[in-house]
Design a protein around this ligand. Structure first.
Ligand code: PEP
Ligand code: MN
Length: 337
């Protein structure tokens, strides 16, 4: 059960409510957002039968929620959540594309990609500074130096930026230099990390784990929301299956399922899903057709020499032509780009 408190609920009213719930043998999880406070009641809800919580002072609404994910569920909020980052709206009618290199390699390469993806119509820039690489000997990212270039690129182009946080020790430096904090597939169930970003006031882009079910994905989003941060963007990026022809199997059905189950924006990353640049375009189009609110696409000016994920990176001219095609798909289903 979720109890939504009135914006003007006093501390005394809240304390009284908590006491009442605890007396009934249930526990309470408080989620203090910027605008309002929400209480999740945890335990056997039948114990609440006959307890008129809805009429207690300070309470705005009481909602039974049957799903294990509460705050992120469609039951909790019927309308789509739209997350605004520097004037760019994610989750609304307009499709948003986040584009840029897998990792920030040099200032010049990042600036070049930023300028070109912006010209092609992308409104958000991506670039990894801390990279989750399978091999400890592979390029691990430029770290703080990369974040500095990313912040410069944001200033120069005016595009909000997205970068991955892998370690709670880097929270402050990432927070200062990014507009959206990415939690990568490998950390989708790093619950301590989720809890930490849940305490922040910046949007979080949560990628689906390599072998995570949709329910597990939503439970991870719930970890973030439970701490008070409800600005969560979900990203389907392919899952592990028996198929080896492509890097991962893009679970397109996850998009409409997620849109039904949650009010959060859902985007698709076809680059990490397929691992091959020539398959990015068809899957990007399909993703919009099935209802994704946006895309994350890797773009590199010199993919052959890229230090990370060159094989799946689009050259800027290919990206620009894809953007034109995507606009047509978006318009065909009544959306804009
Ligand atoms: C990335 O987007 O840079 C990345 C590493 O993706 P994923 O976590 O989906 O593998
Ligand atoms: Mn990558």
């Amino acid at each position: 059960m979720i109890i939504v408190l009135r914006p003007d609920a006093t501390k005394e009213q809240i304390d009284h409510l908590i006491e009442k719930i605890k007396d009934l043998g249930l526990s309470v999880h408080i989620s203090k957002g910027k605008e309002r406070t929400i209480m999740g009641v945890i335990g056997d809800e039948s114990l609440l039968e006959g307890a008129p919580l809805a009429v207690l002072p300070g309470v705005e609404n009481v909602m039974p929620i049957l799903k294990p994910y509460k705050l992120v569920s469609r039951e909790f909020r019927k309308e789509d959540t739209v997350i605004e980052v520097d004037g760019v709206k994610i989750g609304g009618k307009e499709i948003q594309v986040i584009a840029g290199p897998c990792s920030i390699e040099t200032r010049e390469l990042l600036f070049d990609a930023a300028k070109k993806v912006k010209r092609a119509g992308a409104r958000l820039l991506r670039g990894g500074a801390f990279k989750p690489r399978t091999s400890p000997y592979a390029f691990q990212g430029l770290g703080e130096e990369g974040l500095k270039y990313l912040a410069e690129a944001r200033k120069k182009t005016g595009m909000p930026v997205v970068t991955e946080l892998m370690d709670p020790r880097d929270i402050d430096i990432i927070y200062e230099n990014t507009d959206i904090i990415q939690i990568g597939a490998r950390n989708m169930q790093n619950f301590r990390l989720l809890t930490e970003v849940g305490k922040l006031d910046k949007p979080v882009l949560l990628k689906r784990g390599l072998s995570a079910t949709i329910k597990e994905f939503l439970m991870s989003a719930e970890y973030i929301a439970a701490e008070g941060n409800h600005k969560i963007i979900l990203c389907e990026r392919g899952i592990r299956t028996f198929e080896t022809a492509v890097r991962n199997t893009l679970d397109l059905s996850a998009v409409p399922v997620l849109k039904e189950e949650t009010h959060l924006p859902v985007i698709v990353d076809p680059s990490h899903a397929v691992g091959r640049w020539d398959l990015v375009a068809p899957l990007a189009k399909a993703a919009i057709a099935v209802g994704a609110d946006g895309l994350m696409i890797e773009v590199h000016s010199d993919p052959e020499n890229a230090l990370c994920d060159g094989a799946q990176s689009l050259k800027p001219d290919k990206f620009a032509s894809l953007m034109k095609e995507l606009k047509k798909v978006a318009e065909a289903i009544g959306r804009t780009m």
